[in-house]
Design a protein around this ligand. Structure first.
Ligand code: KIV
Length: 280
């Protein structure tokens, strides 16, 4: 049975009901359609596509055109799944007008259900303007990969009482500005728990422990597909990379030995071949 697509209103409802849900990334039609066949409720077309799909070292070089290109195929592949379009670095930090223009393009050209952007209190005016312009906005605080170099790289955030307090203040400011949910990345579990109790919108945790409203992971990480790096918070629920290499090696082997293709995988119609081409 096809699942019922989640709506923006369900985010708050699920939190109030204590119903936990899940959220993964996808960047292409095939993976999106596989997620759509699963019970996972949300897909993020994340700027992590820079590393996962394009082989970059970080999310910083990803452009709005890159996200739009990938999001179009995800929307086609996952009609029953709530889809989030990530605003890449440079698409919302020039001016509020520019942020609205970028969000308009992302939503109008792809059909994603909402946009996500990184940042705390410093993003409040931009978020308010985006909400006023009619956008559903998801926040993202804690480890914010687009600006990670300014706080010393990919590190756990909120590890001191002051930084934990600042993160909770950020979450409250984002809620007041109108976000409908907040991604919280790479923080101690106790910080996520305290934040979840302080704000009315769902906390979507990635590396934020068990006391959040929704668990988020990158699909290629959780399925064991991405070979370059495995963060501590990633549990691999399958070993798809190994299975893929195994399948590719079997194809290679049977191609070398001639075991593939058998008549089952060939077009076997008898056709008279002209003599010049080796016929009788
Ligand atoms: O781009 C991404 O994959 C993300 C997740 C880490 C939430 O922003």
């Amino acid at each position: 049975m096809a699942k019922k697509k989640m709506t923006v209103l369900d985010f708050k409802k699920y939190k109030e009901e204590g119903k936990k849900f899940s959220y993964v990334t996808a960047y292409d039609y095939t993976i999106a359609s596989i997620v759509n066949d699963s019970d996972v409720e949300c897909i993020l077309v994340g700027d992590s596509l820079g590393m996962i799909m394009l082989g970059y070292d970080s999310t910083v070089p990803v452009t709005l055109d890159d996200v739009i290109h990938h999001a179009k195929s995800v929307v086609k592949g996952a009609p029953d799944t709530f889809i989030i379009g990530d605003m890449p670095f440079g698409s919302y930090n020039v001016s509020i007008e520019d942020a609205i223009r970028s969000a308009n393009r992302l939503v109008k050209e792809t059909g994603v259900d909402c946009i996500k952007l990184e940042g705390g209190v410093e993003m409040v005016d931009t978020i308010k303007a985006l909400v006023k312009a009619g956008h559903n906005v998801m926040g993202h605080i804690g480890l914010t990969p687009q600006t990670a170099t300014s706080f010393g790289g990919f590190k756990v955030q909120g590890g001191t009482p002051e930084s934990a307090r600042k993160l909770i203040e950020d979450a409250k400011a984002l809620e007041a500005a109108g976000v409908f949910s907040i991604v919280l990345e790479c923080v101690p579990s106790v910080v996520a728990k305290a934040m979840r109790e302080e704000v009315g919108v769902p906390i979507l945790g990635i590396g934020a422990g068990p006391d959040v409203d929704c668990q988020v992971l990158v699909t290629q990480d959780l399925l064991g597909m991405y070979g370059d790096f495995k963060p501590k918070f990633v549990k691999q629920f399958a070993q798809i990379r190994q299975e893929m290499v195994k399948g590719l090696n079997q194809f290679h082997h049977e191609s070398e030995t001639g075991e593939f293709p058998t008549p089952e995988f060939s077009f076997n119609k008898a056709v008279e071949i002209p003599k010049v081409y080796g016929g009788k």
